[in-house]
Design a protein around this ligand. Structure first.
Ligand code: PLP
Length: 364
């Protein structure tokens, strides 16, 4: 059934860029750090100094100096009072939502927030109400109806790549005495302004598996919120802590981004180039200024087939199907990275243009 609808999810074995015949436009390694010499060395140094594994829950003996250092670095960088680390962004979001809320709460969330946020809220038993994606009037109506509540959104949306109007949402939250939680998974470390989200978010979730090229996540908030989560978040208490070697790598990745801001410049140059070429080729893009550039195809089978044809031409892109995205908006999710060469972006857009013309039988 799933197979006939183009919905069967499968895993492909991926190879390191240099061993693969495909140019990869599907990953979230926005600054090209995942295979860098610097982070490879940091992983070795971190493991040598602190150990490969943390060996226990943070509340038993799994919380090391590597974790403390990273938490303090994140607080200095963002201005939040306190931080706590998780093994993944999924775990951080789920723990945050399911621990902070109860059946007595109402949570107002953007229609497109990530599955980990929805799962956590549903697990808490809180009432979940959704506002139209990035729609300030819709958010305001719900805030007026549910004052003293909490609003949840993302800085950069994972499937559309567009950015939330964080400053405006924050103002509305203040007017209605609501807290604002921002999942910054795809925004963190993609601009030189590390405080862009923390200036407006009461609670911020950052992940290390995207722009930082490694693994793990953190919740950043006031000390009282973190104290409460440390004492009550079951994902944190009943799970082995993030590996200290990984904590050390995330710490090193942040330092590297600060020392090499040209990585961020290269990422933005590549985003710019892709958008310009895609617009010239009249590809059906969603308006996005981020590294995530979706090309709408429509239809699960059509999307998968286009991704497979691109692979035959040497390009790996994400095929995002419904129900991950609404029916009719199935898409190729193209992600840009500082590691792409301009020539590779030219080649991708030419291949896309040709395939879309071939598929539609007419010029796009
Ligand atoms: C918006 C968003 N939040 C959270 C996550 C989960 O982060 P992680 O991959 O570290 O589990 C993702 C993952 O893709 C995401 O897109």
């Amino acid at each position: 059934m799933q197979q006939s609808q183009g919905l069967l999810r499968q895993r492909d074995v991926c190879h390191r860029a240099e061993n693969s015949s495909l140019i990869d436009f599907s990953h979230n390694d926005y600054l090209g750090l995942a295979n860098s010499i610097e982070l490879t060395q940091a992983l070795f140094d971190g493991a040598t100094t602190y150990g490969v594994g943390s060996k226990a829950s943070p509340l038993v003996s799994g919380y090391s100096a590597a974790h403390v250092d990273l938490e303090q670095q994140l607080c200095r960088l963002t201005g939040h009072q306190a931080a706590m680390l998780f093994c993944s962004g999924y775990s951080a979001n789920s723990a945050l939502m399911s621990t902070l809320f109860t059946q007595a709460d109402t949570v107002i969330a953007d229609k497109l927030v990530h599955a980990s946020i929805i799962d956590g809220i549903q697990h808490s038993g809180a009432k979940l109400v959704r506002f139209l994606h990035n729609d300030l009037s819709s958010a305001e109506r719900l805030l007026a109806k549910h004052p003293n509540s909490v609003l949840v959104t993302e800085s950069v949306f994972s499937m559309d790549g567009d950015k939330a109007p964080l400053a405006e949402l924050s103002l509305l939250c203040k007017q209605h005495n609501a807290l604002m939680i921002v999942d910054d998974a795809h925004g963190f470390a993609t601009s030189r302004d590390f405080e862009a989200t923390s200036r407006v978010a009461d609670v911020q979730v950052v992940t290390f598996g995207k722009a930082l090229g490694c693994q793990g996540a953190a919740v950043l908030a006031k000390q009282s919120v973190i104290n409460y989560l440390v004492a009550n978040a079951r994902h944190y208490i009943y799970s082995t802590a993030l590996s200290p070697a990984n904590a050390y790598v995330a710490h090193s990745a942040i330092k590297l981004v600060q020392q090499q801001p040209e990585r961020i410049t290269r990422l933005h140059d590549n985003i710019h180039l892709f958008k310009e070429l895609a617009q010239q080729s009249q590809l059906p893009l969603i308006a996005s200024l981020s590294a995530i550039q979706p090309v709408i195809v429509g239809g699960n089978e059509q999307t998968l087939s286009l991704a497979n044809m691109l692979a035959k031409l040497g390009f790996k892109v994400g095929a995002i199907r419904s129900p991950t995205v609404p029916k009719g908006s199935e898409r190729l999710r193209i992600t840009l990275s500082a590691s792409h060469q301009p020539q590779q972006i030219h080649q991708l857009v030419s291949a896309l243009k040709k395939l879309m013309i071939d598929c539609s039988g007419e010029k796009v």
